[in-house]
Design a protein around this ligand. Structure first.
Ligand code: GLN
Ligand code: ZN
Length: 745
């Protein structure tokens, strides 16, 4: 049992497996193809592999309990007994109760899924209410600790800390239950100590956001109480994704042994540590290697920062800035990346090596630190794009007066009141996926593939005509993913073959890498949209992904401000919108479902973010004439104070998720004086359930009460790609009929 922390660690590691083994096993279990024993076997194999890999890399402080069948917040909920009665009532096994909370069952909807801070990972929101009785259940962390120990590997169990756990929970004032919850953590720490655990990691990332004085006091209470326990492991409180601010002194004075600070996303943490003065006996775990992006670390700069921390404290360990959950597993299997890009990248395995190297360098000197890479290749620069950006003026982000636009658009489109439309995608059928697989495998050539996609477009157009929708879409059959699709066509982007990252549960994404200046080579969507438009007299809506969403769902370059990269993407999209217009497309939708996702955690930084985010969207959409109608789509309805940004986008029509929240977003929009077109979703497409015509009518009536009818659009909550055709047809039929019924009144 080691008393000191060690010199190198990671805060967490990808758990899905280098070849997505966990995804495949979990999905096979759900489908009834394998049993619990086989699933558990696969899981144990993956855990052992990770621990052994970390040990072989000579990382000396290795975490455990970072494995999860679905989500680590859900695991923590189970560890503290926060399982809502509606799930225990089902009488399932532990594993099946767990999956029921994650995915829902017929009778019970799942826990809500939401964004893990400003990342693309989603966690399950704990439900804490009056009848939640917290009870310690440390079985999982204990079992993982024992498993690793049996392999001869001493580990540090990781749990979400109690304060962050409750700040992320929903229910009536969960945070009021903190003192009670802390006693459960106290028992868990007792059990861990009994098992021989030397260190435990409690994650408190919620404290890199703005917190009230009460919340800061609570943090102090939690770690005073846990710190004063007689029988416990040493406590490492990890924070990540930003600057600790006022929470730093709280943690520095708490009776705990180690504090983790993110020096990548929160460079200001260094100045705060220095201002706090000599830190004596406390171990500082310095997050020097970016766990949220895929670039190799500037080792010299990291050593300078690390040395500054070392001067302050007796014990300093090097770590990743956050869990490596957010990056792919292994760069070495990527064989198709250009060498000059490959040598600049590091995935989880490579980042572990960097952490180990930095740990050694801080102790033994920098003799073995490799020389820094030369400046980025000149070919990654695009001087035309840079010149265009430099020449932009505010007029390039400004359209004409909205009322004039609305009149011109109506004159051209001649739409009925309460026009009906969809969000873009139609069901991605097995045949479409098969065609893509055949194209990849080389058994279908490009022309054959295009042919199949075109016939799907035609099918979708005919279906919409038959259903009587007013503004049609081409259905997006040709798109694998709304960001990857554009990434593959733009300069400055690279795609990986195996760079999977867990998004939620068994769902993984393969984000493109933006490494250089972004430019459009040729029109990207024009052929599809014009083909679809050629099939019908009704307007077909062009469909693009917005600059903020493209950035949010990619790994971005860090050598220039995000705002500049966003504007480069904005320019490429501007060329696309004007080309669509020139090709006769009259309505163009630019999706920004991620607008809210990458909002900085601290209020002080939000305005600057929204300024460039809105600016890039407007750059993409302001090149068109008054009578071209710009739509945007946002996937959620809770905007909080950033709702004003929706107005600032200046789109002619905004569609928003609204069916679950019963149209509340319309009141929020009215409150800020939003007066342009709005399409509150009237069909919750997240479930296969078909809404009845009456239900849709009811939603529309409520909407007409909040918005003038001439501004109201009728559409589903989101795209239909995950739905099947039977429920799509039935639901759209009800939607069109309901619009007609309300129109007539
Ligand atoms: N146009 C996209 C679709 O319909 C929008 C998806 C999204 O909002 N995430 O699939
Ligand atoms: Zn959506």
């Amino acid at each position: 049992m080691s008393n000191t922390f060690g010199q190198s660690t990671v805060l967490g590691y990808p758990r899905i497996g280098a070849n997505r083994e966990l995804k495949k096993a979990v999905e096979a279990y759900w489908a009834g193809k394998i049993g619990a024993a086989e699933l558990e076997n696969t899981a144990a194999g993956l855990r052992a592999e990770v621990w052994q890999q970390l040990r072989n890399a000579r990382l000396d402080a290795i975490p455990s309990n970072t494995f999860s069948y679905y989500d680590h917040v859900l695991d923590t909920a189970v560890a503290v007994g926060a399982i809502p009665a509606r799930f225990t009532r089902l009488g399932f096994s532990g594993l099946n109760t767990y999956f029921a909370m994650a995915r829902g069952v017929d009778a019970e909807p799942a826990l809500e899924l939401t964004k893990w801070f400003a990342t693309n990972y989603h966690y399950l929101v704990p439900e804490i209410d009056a009848d939640t009785t917290f009870t310690p259940d440390p079985a999982k962390p204990l079992a993982e600790y024992a498993e690793a120990k049996a392999l001869g590997i001493e580990t540090r169990p990781v749990l979400v800390g109690p304060a962050t756990f409750l700040l992320l929970a929903k229910g009536t004032d969960p945070f009021a239950r903190l003192d009670e919850l802390v006693e459960v953590y106290a028992t868990i720490l007792n059990c861990l100590a009994d098992a021989g655990v030397a260190w435990v990691q409690l994650d408190e990332p919620a404290y890199v956001a703005d917190r009230t004085l009460d919340e800061l006091d609570a943090l102090q209470r939690v770690y005073t109480r846990l710190g004063e326990l007689e029988h416990r492991p040493k406590i490492f409180v990890a924070t990540y994704f930003g600057e600790l601010g006022d929470a730093l002194p709280v943690l520095l004075t708490a009776p705990i042994e180690a504090i983790g600070v993110d020096l990548v996303a929160g460079p200001g943490n260094l100045a705060r540590l220095i201002a706090a003065g000599p830190l004596g006996n406390k171990t500082i775990v310095a997050g020097l290697v970016d766990g949220h992006n895929i670039w190799r670390t500037d080792l010299r700069a990291a050593i300078t920062t690390g040395a500054a921390v070392t001067a302050l404290a007796d014990h300093v360990a090097v770590s990743t800035s956050c869990s490596l959950l957010h990056v792919p597993v292994d760069l070495s299997v990527e064989t198709r990346l250009a060498p000059e890009l490959f040598e600049r990248l590091a995935f989880a395995r490579q980042k572990v090596d960097e952490v180990v190297l930095l740990g050694k360098a801080l102790r033994d000197g920098t003799a073995h630190v490799p020389a820094p890479l030369p400046a980025a290749p000149a070919a990654w620069r695009n001087d035309d794009v840079r010149a265009r950006l430099a020449a932009l003026t505010p007029a390039d982000r400004q359209r004409g007066d909205y009322e004039q636009r609305a009149t011109a658009q109506q004159a051209r489109l001649n739409l009925p009141e309460l026009p009906t439309t969809t969000i873009g995608s139609f069901p991605q059928t097995a045949e479409l996926r098969k065609a893509r697989a055949e194209l990849r495998a080389g058994t279908l050539d490009a022309d054959g593939y295009t042919e199949r996609m075109r016939s799907e477009v035609e099918h979708v157009i005919r279906l919409q005509e038959r259903l009587g929708l007013d503004v049609l879409v081409h259905g997006e059959p040709e798109r694998n993913d709304m960001v990857q699709y554009f990434g593959e066509q733009l300069d400055g982007f690279a795609a990986t073959d195996h760079g999977w990252v867990q998004s939620y549960g068994s769902r993984c994404v393969r984000p493109p890498i933006i490494y250089g200046d972004v430019a459009r080579k040729t029109p990207m969507t024009v052929p599809w949209s014009t083909f679809a438009q050629s099939l019908t007299a009704k307007p077909v809506k062009g469909m693009l992904t917005g600059p903020v969403t493209i950035l949010a769902w990619s790994f971005v370059r860090t050598d220039q401000p995000l705002a500049d990269t966003a504007d480069q993407v904005g320019l490429a999209l501007r060329d696309e919108t004007t080309d669509l217009q020139a090709a006769g497309i009259t309505v163009i939708q630019v999706d920004e479902p991620a607008l809210r996702e990458t909002l900085p955690l601290r209020k002080a930084a939000q305005k600057a973010y929204l300024d460039w985010a809105v600016g890039a969207f407007r750059l993409a959409t302001s090149g068109v004439a008054d009578d071209t109608q710009i739509h945007t789509h946002l996937c959620y309805s809770e905007f909080g104070e950033v709702i004003t940004a929706i107005d600032a986008l200046d789109a002619d029509v905004t569609s928003i998720e609204a069916s679950r929240s019963k149209m509340e977003v319309l009141d929020d929009l009215a409150a800020i004086g939003y007066s342009r077109g709005v399409g509150p979703g009237v069909w919750d497409i997240h479930s296969p359930r078909v809404p009845s015509q009456d239900e849709v009518t009811e939603s529309l009536r409520r909407a007409v009460g909040a918005v003038p009818a001439r501004r109201l659009w009728v559409n589903p909550d989101c795209g239909l790609k995950t739905r099947g055709y039977p429920e799509t047809e039935a639901s759209l039929k009800h939607l069109v009929a309901a619009a007609a019924a309300v129109r007539g009144q």
